[in-house]
Ligand binder design. Structure first.
Ligand SMILES: [Zn+2]
Length: 126
């Protein structure tokens, strides 16, 4: 079980990002604090480098973006606690590729999104 608290603002921004990107997959960074439990207080939307048909089941984040966010939060007391991405018309369950790329200790949010909006958000950790 993951001990995690997601602030309302972070959830709202993830939901919005998933809806806006639909039917493409969205991805981004979860910011917050890692103590006894993980708190997610904000997100940063990233561009999905993968485009076209395979975009619906795979995402890749720009390493430069990751670097920029790290610089941005350097003195804010926030840290990168995980990543989120959406599964358009698919369940909020990690794919084999998702599992393969998970970094232990980080939280992975997966949003199941359809044309009607976000149906489910699940959180995973390796
Ligand atoms: Zn996925």
């Amino acid at each position: 079980m993951i001990n995690i608290h997601i602030c309302e603002k972070a959830t709202e921004r993830m939901v919005l990002a998933a809806r806006q990107a639909y039917p493409q997959e969205c991805c981004g960074i979860l910011l917050g604090k890692k103590e006894d439990s993980i708190t997610v207080s904000d997100i940063r939307k990233a561009n999905n480098l993968v485009t076209g048909a395979q975009n619906r089941c795979h995402f890749e984040m720009d390493p430069m973006f990751l670097y920029q966010v790290e610089r941005e939060i350097e003195r804010s007391g926030l840290e990168i606690v995980g990543f989120y991405h959406s599964h358009p018309d698919c369940k909020a369950v990690p794919s084999e590729q998702d599992l393969h790329y998970m970094i232990p200790g980080l939280v992975y949010a997966i949003l199941s999104v359809t044309k009607d909006g976000v149906a489910d958000i699940q959180y995973f950790q390796k």
